[in-house]
Design a protein around this ligand. Structure first.
Ligand code: GLA
Length: 378
């Protein structure tokens, strides 16, 4: 949809013109899964798919939100009534962001917002982070607040942790807020140091396919919290602040010291995954992009066997991709469904895409390159 169409849609819904429009992308994670809440390393990049928001301020203490992609019309909320656990459905996310901004001392009295989005919902591609980040960026910029992007991402994470009630890490919101076109973002979550890493697939004759399995297994939400607490318990059993503090050469000793098999599995994934992020970083820095393929595949095996968060559909996509000549493939995101990524030579990509679609006809697939982080459209 064009900019003018977004504008017209806002006018149709609210009967006046918006004051501006913003966009924030979804993401895929190249490598570094479940390492964010273990104080470790991640390397996501932004998708070209974005959630857009046309916005106008209100001064009467009301938040009204509407989405071109959701049924149910305009959701109207009284800002004074916002409270963790009160809203429901998709409007919880913008409500959570406004509540968190106000909690942080930013006096934002209300707004009218119309959204549209090309980020696939439910595909593990961070459509909710895109929704949060576009809301936070629009509301802060419209009210003359200039928040550093990492702070904006932390605020959105807090809104999800505290208001929505999901104990997620900060990767998705940071990717949406901070990524830049043509780059993957290397983030050291402990110190929040960022590095933009050039990731130019076309120049190397490569393609990265995103394959959305369109399945989400029912226990996904509760399982995430259990994984997080399992990792925290493992670090505590080792007397460490976080599993990040187990250096790779100390892994075997840590495994011997841990009292339970589940703790050993979780720890082995996190420690080897942090190392995989650093290996991918070193390969990209050295211009050896093709060689990241096997490291991505190792990441999948670790998520499947040690972290145990893959599923038959994701395994089928990965196995089919590898059998069909992919350089590497892995599930991406939180797990239990969602999407896989496949690194493949450009001249084999179309055929491989067909092969995957034959193996799992429901998939939605597209080739992608790193897009821009959140920005103002006009
Ligand atoms: C979800 C969470 C992130 C991260 C990933 C797994 O996307 O929102 O914080 O933990 O899962 O890497």
């Amino acid at each position: 949809m064009t900019q003018a169409a977004l504008d017209i849609a806002f006018k149709d819904v609210y009967g006046r013109a918006p004051e501006g429009a913003w966009a924030a992308p979804g993401r895929v994670n190249l490598i570094g899964e479940h390492t964010d809440y273990n104080d470790g390393f991640v390397m996501p990049f932004a998708l070209p798919h974005t959630t857009r928001a046309a916005v106008a301020r209100r001064d009467d203490g009301r938040l009204r939100v509407h989405s071109a992609d959701m049924d149910g019309g305009v959701v109207e909320l009284r800002v004074a009534d916002l409270e963790p656990g009160t809203a429901s459905g998709w409007a919880t996310y913008p409500a959570a962001v406004l509540w968190t901004l106000r909690e942080a001392g930013h006096d934002i009295p209300g707004a009218d917002i119309h959204y549209d989005s090309t980020v696939p919902v439910g595909g593990g591609l961070s459509s909710s982070a895109a929704l949060q980040v576009v809301t936070a960026l629009a509301l802060t910029e419209l009210h003359g607040l200039d928040l550093p992007r990492q702070d904006l991402a932390l605020l959105c994470q807090r809104s999800e942790n505290v208001y929505v009630g999901a104990p997620v890490g900060v990767m998705d919101q940071t990717a949406s807020a901070c990524c830049t076109s043509g780059h993957a973002l290397h983030l050291d979550v402990r110190g929040l140091q960022q590095r933009q890493v050039p990731f130019d697939l076309a120049a190397e004759g490569l393609q990265l396919l995103v394959v959305d399995t369109r399945v989400k297994h029912a226990h996904a939400d509760g399982a995430y919290a259990q994984l997080r607490s399992g990792c925290e318990a493992s670090a505590a059993a080792l007397g460490l602040p976080a599993l990040r503090d187990v250096a790779y050469p100390q892994l075997d000793a840590a495994l011997v010291a841990l009292p339970e098999e589940r703790m050993r599995r979780l720890t082995r994934h996190i420690v080897t995954e942090n190392r995989r992020v650093e290996r991918v970083l070193a390969l990209l820095d050295a211009g050896r992009t093709r060689e990241i393929g096997p490291v991505l595949t190792e990441g999948h095996v670790s998520l499947r066997d040690d972290f145990q968060i893959s599923c038959p559909e994701l395994d089928l996509v990965v196995d089919t991709a590898l059998a069909g000549g992919a350089l590497g493939a892995r599930m991406t995101g939180g797990g239990f469904g969602g999407s896989a990524i496949v690194l493949v030579e450009e001249d084999r990509a179309a055929e491989l895409g067909e092969t995957i679609a034959r193996a799992l006809p429901q998939v939605r697939r597209f080739a992608t390159t790193p897009g821009a982080g959140a920005h103002r459209l006009w």
